[in-house]
Design a protein around this ligand. Structure first.
Ligand code: CDP
Length: 225
């Protein structure tokens, strides 16, 4: 039995989270949404009126942050913040905050601790490159921008937000640009990651592809839960 780490990275709206969640449950292991950390800190900075240049205050929030993943929900001190975290206000600000190097170090450290609890699937932007460069499996999801925006619009409807498609295209394009060009741990495909273009795929196919790829080199019984 051994701990295995599965990293899924890629731009916004490529289906990383939903695939990661289903894959983890199929394998019987933990799923961690690393973006939830960046989003939760952004949300807390907004409600506490903390400006982007108040880096010490932002880092303080990050150090004290304890998130729990309760199935579909992201819990912060027993409060479900899943909806608040996905607001357009948070999305428009999160990448600016995610550029802060010391903040990334605090979060990366927290993310690495999950490995102590057993095997895991983690999705994000720098999982295969920085958080777990030795991950057993690395996937990099890509997808056409219009498909990504439509998926994100549906996610937002599910959370009770109505946002026009052009606003979403704009938001994800801007965020991807900042994420890909930042100095510290930019969003990029790890050289040893398998690229998966999800434009014409449905969720079940994505889960199946990853599941089969993993089981080609590991026995299910050997995966530590
Ligand atoms: O919308 P999407 O699923 O792509 O993003 P997310 O996973 O919810 O992450 C929101 C934002 O947090 C990203 O756009 C990045 O700016 C930041 N992030 C990061 O910098 N590194 C990670 N490992 C995860 C998220």
């Amino acid at each position: 039995m051994r701990n295995i780490v599965i990293a899924i990275d890629g731009p916004a709206g490529t289906g990383k989270s939903v695939t990661g969640k289903l894959l983890a449950s199929k394998l019987g292991i933990q799923y961690i949404d690393s973006g939830a950390y960046y989003r939760a800190i952004t949300y807390l900075s907004i409600i506490n009126h903390i400006k982007l240049n108040e880096i010490n205050k932002i880092n303080e929030i990050a150090r004290n942050l304890k998130l729990n993943f309760d199935g579909e929900n992201i819990m912060l001190n027993n409060v479900n913040i899943s909806k608040e975290m996905r607001s357009l206000e948070v999305s428009n600000r999160v990448s600016l905050l995610a550029k802060i190097k010391p903040l990334r170090e605090i979060i990366t450290e927290k993310l690495r601790h999950y490995k102590e609890n057993g095997s895991l699937v983690m999705d994000g932007k720098d999982i295969g490159t920085v958080v777990f460069p030795d991950a057993d499996f690395k996937f990099f999801f890509t997808s056409d921008i219009n498909v990504r925006a439509a998926r994100r619009q549906q996610d937002l409807v599910d959370y009770g937000y109505r946002v026009q498609i052009d606003k979403i295209v704009n938001e994800i394009n801007k965020r991807d640009e900042i994420d890909m060009t930042r100095e510290d741990s930019p969003l990029q495909k790890a050289t040893d990651a398998i690229e998966v273009d999800t434009t014409f795929m449905i969720i079940e196919e994505q889960v199946d592809l990853l599941y089969k790829t993993i089981l080609q080199s590991v026995n299910l019984e050997d995966i530590k839960k």
